[in-house]
Design a protein. Structure first.
Length: 202
């Protein structure tokens, strides 16, 4: 389950479709059950149940509290936090895969994207990538462009989760440390509160 370790953090990867949906559902609160019920497609409901159930199991192992007794609060931007706990965490999913990072006290953010062709790739890159990265983006191959774009996008998402802000309204000068890893077609970025962030391409 541990995909890689970075800055004393363990980044965990779970394939949602391999989990027991009924077992995961038994851990959820009534509001989580209601959220799952509002999803139109069975696959989406089951994956939501599994990623929230797995989150509860992981947090339970860090708090010594029963997974089904954990209480969450949510920020204005929807960022979850544990009630009466200093533990910080973040999760993200793309298709069948969910990733998690948990910290004893430092704010963290994580994002995963499964790389896929994008019809508006160049336009999206102009909005997402910093100018120095954008220059190399325009000079490289189509396949490498996807890697550069998804690295930039997941970094942006991960930092937004740390700062608990909108993805396009966050400050680019905030103190973050960011790493990005590529595994086959999966791009994963993790960010933490730190000194001015550094970026690592795929």
């Amino acid at each position: 389950m541990i995909l890689f370790e970075w800055n004393d953090l363990k980044i965990l990867r779970v394939e949602l479709d391999a989990l027991d949906v009924k077992a995961m559902a038994s851990l959820l609160s009534s509001d989580e059950q209601e959220r799952a019920g509002r999803l139109a497609f069975i696959q989406d409901r089951e994956r939501f149940i599994c990623r929230r159930g797995m989150l509860r199991l992981l947090l339970s192992s860090h708090t010594n509290l029963e997974a089904n007794k954990l209480l969450f609060a949510y920020s204005m931007h929807g960022k979850p936090s544990l009630v009466n706990s200093s533990i910080q965490f973040s999760l993200s999913h793309s298709q069948n895969v969910a990733v998690y990072v948990i910290s004893p006290s430092v704010h963290v953010g994580i994002d995963i994207e499964i790389m896929r062709p994008l019809t508006e790739l160049n336009n999206l890159a102009e909005k997402v990538l910093p100018k120095d990265v954008l220059a190399s983006f325009h000079q490289t191959s189509a396949e490498k462009k996807l890697e550069i774009f998804f690295a930039g996008w997941t970094q942006l998402e991960a930092r937004a989760k740390v700062a608990d802000t909108d993805i396009f309204q966050q400050s680019t000068t905030g103190e973050f440390l960011t790493t990005t890893k590529c595994f086959s077609k999966e791009t994963i970025s993790v960010a933490v509160e730190a000194h001015p962030f550094s970026k690592q391409a795929c």
